[in-house]
Every structure is written in C-alpha cells, then in structure tokens.
Design a binder for this molecule. Structure first.
Ligand code: NAD
Ligand code: WQD
Length: 346
C-alpha cells in the first residue's frame, strides 16, 4: 500500500463544527482530506473557511451517508483512503426525544453504511464521535473510560451507546478493522482565525452559543438552568474542551492506528480537560475576558440535565500523548470572535 494512501482521511460530516476544525488539524499534520457531508446541519461556507485557513482546496462530496449507493459512487469509488473519521450524525438531544426515528435512522444508518463500505473497500481505520453522554451521571468523578455506562435518557444518547456497541462487535468480526471511539465532553470555542466555528440553526440548545448570541444582542438573556445543585455555586458543572484541542485528538487517534500503535483493535478515550467548570463560572469568565455583559437569570432546572461531570484524561494522556492545552479564557475569546465574525460586528 502506498504511503500516500495511508495519508488520506475521509471525514464524514466534515462540514460541521468539529469536522471543520479536525480537517484543518489533519491538513496541518500532513494528511490529505476528503469531506463527505449532506449539509443537513452545515453550510458550504464552512468548507470555504477551512480552505481559506489551509490555503488550498479540499475535496468535498455532498452526499448523504444514509444513501449507500451515492456514498459508494461519489466517495469510496472516487477516492483512496484508509482512515475514516465519522462525525455524520444529528445531535440535538431535545429533538431526538420528539423525533426518535429520525435520530435512529440517520445516526445508525450512516454509521452502518460507512462501515459496510469500509469493509467492501478494505478501509481499515475508524475514529468515531462518541460522547460523555454515554455515562449520564457517574457515581464517582472524574469519569474514567471504565465508568459504567447507564442507559441513555434520550434517543440521541442511545445512538451513541448503540454505535459504540456496533463498532465493537464489527471490529471483533472483521480482522483488518481498527477503531477508536472518542468520548467528547463539552466542545466549545472556535478556530483562532475566526474563519470557522459553531453555527447552530435556530435557538441554540447549548450553553456557549447561547452566551455568544446573548452578548451579541440576538437573545435577550441567558437562562441559567438551576442554582440549587450539589455543586460549589449551585449551578451544573461540565468539562469544557476547546474544539481545536479536540480536533488534535482526532489527528493523534488516526496517527495511532495508521502507525500500528493501537493496543487493542477497538479502543475508547475520554477527551476533556479534567477540570470542572460551573455554568456561572463560565458566564463570569466570558464577561471578564471579552469585556461584554451577558444578561442572565436563574430559572428552573432543565429536565434530563446531569448535575456534574468531568473527565479523567489519564488514558488519553498516557496512550495518545494528548492533553488539552488551550486556556479556557482564550477559548471563550475565540467563541466571541467567531460570533462577531458571523454577525459582522467589530
Ligand atoms: P454538526 O452538526 O456541526 O456536524 C455534523 C455534520 O454531519 C453536519 O455538517 C451535518 O450536515 C452532517 N451530517 C449529518 N447527518 C449526515 C448524513 N446522514 N450524511 C452526511 N452528513 C451528515 O455537529 P458537531 O458538533 O460537529 O458534532 C460532530 C459529531 O460529534 C456528531 O456525531 C455529534 O453527535 C458528536 N458529538 C458532538 C458534541 C457536541 O457537543 N458538539 C459532543 C459529543 C459528541
Ligand atoms: C451545558 C450546561 C446546562 C444552556 C449536551 C448534550 C451532550 C453533548 C454536549 C453531544 C448545562 C447549562 C445550557 C442554557 C444553561 N452533545 N445551560 N442555559 O447538556 O452538558 O450536553 O451537549 O453529544 O450529549 O446533552 O451541554 O451546552 O446544553 O449545557 O444553563 O441556555 O449549561 O444546564 O449545565 P450538556 P449544554
């Protein structure tokens, strides 16, 4: 197999928030990238932003991963690669509760098709976007990769658990397959260039896009969901991971498989900072580093929220040689710079 082939990665869902940042880091690390995305939750301008950052065109196929014929024809037959990073999924937890079949179909079919075609075309390495949501509320913190999963409380979370299981069993059955599932904690922030970032459609469900839109005056005020939790200031605690640090974790995961350094053919790593941060701490830090007010009020708890969770990052440090590097204040500056870029603000 040529070394050139080893260096090409298919990024499915690569026009999205994490996929664009990962594409940039892969190209910075010397990989070639092919993006496949149906643009169901993204815009082609995101790919243009990537191209502007890396200074060259990036092959892009507008294709639905649920359409196996199109995926075979437009991607697997056209390009040669031996690693796939699979981001292509829907991710709105609330919507998944009201439209479970939409989530089961898209998130599972797209993965099944990608793996079917990987088998057909002898593509060996898969990185999968999993989530800390598979743990729900752990009894002990920090959450390690051995922390028991609890049955998900949303169809979205269930698709992540089911996908992990599908990958585990398929890797066991196909001798040339290797896979790494990365369990992301809470990805936030944007590329330092402010040319790519998170672009939620409609009212943001996640905290940081809601904060930036409130700071920009698009939302009147942020609702802080609960201040009566068993945490230092009463608001929920999370592990907020910078999206560029998260993107780098994908590069080292691909490196590990391509270079034959995996210890098991299927491995799981938490990707977080290991540092708990509360909602109120995050809002205060955002206001401080950006010098902009974020009007907010305390409201009732949001149903389904976990009280507190943060990662043990020991395994990723030891095995991947990866750790989060970006300072949280800088991450929040990048989130605000991106929001201003999108809105045309100074
Ligand atoms: P995103 O919505 O920005 O990116 C997903 C991309 O996949 C989008 O560009 C969308 O158009 C595309 N897509 C969806 N279904 C597709 C299909 N059937 N065929 C082709 N393309 C399809 O989301 P993101 O935040 O970048 O998340 C990427 C992955 O990481 C998802 O699997 C998500 O579940 C997972 N994840 C995200 C978070 C988070 O908080 N952002 C946390 C944990 C895990
Ligand atoms: C963070 C904190 C809220 C909005 C979700 C998914 C999870 C994963 C990441 C994909 C919580 C509080 C939020 C607001 C608030 N995605 N909050 N006001 O809930 O940790 O995780 O995204 O896998 O699966 O469930 O992230 O950003 O929604 O919330 O007070 O308007 O901010 O209560 O404590 P969450 P989030």
């Amino acid at each position: 197999m040529s070394s050139n082939k080893n260096k090409t990665v298919l990024v499915a869902g690569g026009a999205g928030y994490i996929g664009t940042h990962t594409t940039v880091e892969l190209i910075n690390a010397g990989y070639d990238v092919v993006i496949a995305d149906n643009l169901s939750n993204s815009d082609i301008s995101a790919v243009r932003g990537v191209e502007q950052i890396v200074g060259r065109p990036v092959p892009f196929a507008q294709v639905d991963c649920c359409d196996i014929e199109a995926l075979r024809r437009e991607v697997f037959q056209k390009y040669s690669f031996d690693s796939v990073i699979h981001f292509a999924a829907y991710k709105a937890v609330g919507e998944s509760v009201s439209e479970p079949l939409k989530y089961f179909r898209n998130n599972l079919d797209s993965l099944l098709n990608v793996m079917r075609l990987m088998k057909e075309f002898y593509v060996q390495n898969l990185v999968f976007s999993s989530s800390a949501t598979v743990y729900l509320q752990p009894e002990e913190l920090p959450a390690t990769e051995q922390t028991p999963r609890q049955r998900a409380n949303s169809p979205y979370g269930l698709t992540k658990q089911m996908s992990e299981d599908i990958i585990q069993d398929t890797v066991a059955a196909v001798p040339f397959f290797k896979a790494i599932a990365l369990r992301y904690f809470n990805p936030i922030g944007a590329h330092p260039s402010a040319l790519i970032g998170e672009l939620p459609k409609g009212v943001p469900a996640n905290l940081v896009p809601f904060i930036t839109q409130t700071a920009a005056g698009i939302r009147k005020e942020l609702s802080v969901f609960g201040d009566d939790y068993d945490t230092p200031d009463g608001s929920c605690q999370r592990d907020y991971i910078d999206v560029v640090d998260l993107a780098r974790a994908h590069v080292v995961a691909v490196d590990r498989m391509v270079e034959g350094r995996s210890k098991e053919r299927y491995e799981i790593f938490n990707i977080g900072t290991g540092v708990p941060v509360s909602v109120l701490e995050l809002v205060n830090l955002f206001e401080k580093v950006n010098g902009v007010p974020v009007p907010h009020k305390i409201v009732d708890r949001r149903p389904g929220d976990v009280e507190k969770i943060w990662a043990s990052t020991e395994l990723a440090n030891k095995e991947l040689g990866w750790r989060a590097e970006r300072d949280l204040g800088d991450t929040l500056r990048s989130a605000w710079a991106w929001e201003k870029h999108v809105r045309g603000l100074q």
